[in-house]
Write a protein that binds this ligand. Structure first.
Ligand code: NAP
Ligand code: MG
Length: 510
């Protein structure tokens, strides 16, 4: 392998136009850099997926004719993938009515062991269609094929398997109580993990005997629609799951619908608050999985190399479009210099580009508005005097891309320390003592997740007891398991998804 001269790279423009941005030019001889075009051959995933020109809604076990449609695009190319139907209020009525019929006449009455068989069948069919669904997820949403193939799809199948196992054991889940389904659940999901969020919503609802009306996000509707085909293949009774595509208005209509017994929402804190206001006093049950601004805390006794990998996994996984992303890095002062140096070198090796390339680490930002939001917050960080560290990488000409970046010189008052950027941008701060780390970590309106890196088990327990966050990872980050409950405190929402706790929001108990 020869080493290409790196000096030309100095002339490359960074994606951010601000002149004060700090460009990194790796030392000559460092070979593993994206974008030089010689050290890795392209490794594109083939696309074994047939995308229809247009999709109807999935109501009462069948796809409707297409109505008024909108385009869903591939954010990595900006090319249109398909036209998708925008549900009307009449469609919401029909879907809710179908779900009600199915719940009362079929699904709610069915013995748990029979419901479980459907869920097992769906889980196995998801595994059979995993490659097709992973490719579709990557094309519609911009996440890398590496992640949709190795993280999203295995977890989607795992959620159905896990909840299939509960369907006939609910009496053991709630000993001494008689769990009953609530009825019809309205479920609204975001674009960052489209199929995984659908699985998080549908699997526990179905296992407990509820029926569902699901509203996917506007920019990523395709995998939910292909999941509907799997429901057909599994012979799931008509009306048990209905899928309504469209903009936020469709979600709002679902929330306000009188025929819904429960709303499960994952999305922004702003919309979550609006939903809570609409439902106040109606008696409908509500769970909210909202935003986050998690602290990833690294003590000076942590295994440094692992911690750096954990920092990278914490913020650059899924382009940083992760509600529980470790977006505030708190580093103990004595190791700040070393962490910054290692992190700077490490992000220079991350490959940004075609999400369908199996070697890509950072794919496309999900949409133009999201890219603009990231740029706007980065500009605010620069304007407030923080220093931006960004590798000098050439981004693809088409599509929405942003390089892995981090800010130093951040204080708790800066917007980039308080607001969710939801992109591959990390804010680095320091602390001296564990007490100071705790105070800084908890100094946020959010409370979804946190990370602790230290060699000392006792320190982990002490920190975990005092961190006000629903999920705390120790010496790892962004690990998920269907058996483990997930959810937030404060403005990160309420209710849990996954595990035994995740069944509770879908049952009434005598
Ligand atoms: P969002 O704007 O709140 O949208 C989420 C979903 O709600 C989408 O399907 C959206 O439809 C729909 N929606 C929009 N307005 C609505 C309304 N008034 N009533 C009912 N539904 C409405 O959030 P996002 O920007 O797509 O997602 C990013 C946010 O989700 C981040 O804040 C992130 O932290 C959070 N998130 C949280 C978790 C968690 O588990 N805590 C997981 C993932 C993401 P459209 O797509 O058509 O706008
Ligand atoms: Mg799309």
């Amino acid at each position: 392998m020869t080493t290409k001269k790196l000096s030309a790279r100095k002339a490359l423009p960074v994606s951010h136009p601000n002149a004060t941005a700090h460009l990194i030019v790796p030392p000559a001889g460092r070979a593993l850099r994206f974008d030089d075009g010689w050290q890795y051959a392209p490794a594109p995933e083939t696309t074994p997926v047939k995308i229809d020109a247009a999709y109807g809604l999935f109501i009462d076990g069948a796809f409707t004719a297409t109505g008024r449609t909108f385009a869903t695009i591939n954010p990595a190319t900006e090319a249109q993938l398909a036209q998708v139907t925008e549900a009307t209020p009449a469609d919401v009525d029909r879907a809710v009515a179908a779900a009600r019929r199915a719940q009362e006449k079929v699904w709610g009455k069915m013995p748990g062991r029979e419901r479980g068989k459907y869920l097992f069948r769906i889980a196995r069919l998801i595994q059979e269609h995993a490659r097709e669904l992973a490719v579709l997820e990557t094309m519609d949403g911009g996440k890398t094929i590496k992640e949709s193939r190795d993280v999203d799809l295995p977890l989607v199948a795992a959620h159905f398997f896990y909840h299939a196992g509960w369907a006939d054991k609910l009496d053991y889940a709630f000993p001494g109580r008689r769990p009953r389904p609530l009825g019809v659940a309205g479920q609204i999901i975001p674009w960052n993990f489209p199929l995984l969020m659908a699985a998080w919503k549908l699997a526990p609802a179905l296992a407990t005997g509820n029926t569902c009306v699901l509203k996917p996000a506007e920019t990523t509707p395709l995998t939910a629609l292909h999941l509907a085909r799997i429901f057909q293949e599994a012979d799931l009774p008509p009306g048990v799951v209905n899928i309504l595509t469209g903009p936020g208005d469709v979600g709002a209509a679902l929330v306000a619908h009188r025929g819904i017994d429960k709303i499960a929402f994952t999305g922004s804190t702003e919309v979550g608050k609006r939903i809570a206001a609409t439902l106040a006093g109606t008696g409908k049950k509500l769970t909210l999985e909202l935003g986050g601004k998690a602290a990833n805390i690294v003590f000076d006794d942590a295994p440094i190399e692992q911690a750096v990998e954990g920092i990278v996994a914490g913020i650059y996984f899924n382009q940083g479009h992760v509600c529980c992303a470790g977006s505030r890095l708190l580093v103990q002062e004595s190791i700040h210099g070393e962490i910054i140096r290692r992190l700077r070198d490490r992000i220079a090796t991350l490959r940004v580009g075609d999400p369908l390339d199996k070697n890509t680490d950072i794919g496309a930002i999900n949409s133009q508005p999201q890219l603009e939001k990231i740029r706007e917050l980065v500009a605010s960080g620069l304007a407030e005097g923080c220093e931006l560290v960004q590798p000098a990488c050439r981004l693809p000409k088409a599509g929405y891309f942003y390089p892995p970046s981090f800010f130093t010189g951040v204080t708790a008052a800066h917007r980039i320390a308080r607001e969710e950027i939801f992109g591959p941008v990390l804010s680095v701060m320091t602390f001296r003592t564990a007490a100071e780390a705790l105070e800084r970590a908890n100094n946020t309106p959010f409370g979804l997740s946190a990370g602790v890196w230290t060699d000392k088990g006792s320190k982990i327990f002490k920190m975990a007891a005092k961190l006000r966050a629903g999920v705390i990872w120790a010496n790892t980050y962004n690990k998920f398991d269907p058996a483990s409950p997930f959810g937030g405190y404060k403005e990160s929402g309420y209710g849990r998804e996954g595990g035994l706790h995740g069944l509770l929001p879908y049952v009434a108990l005598n």
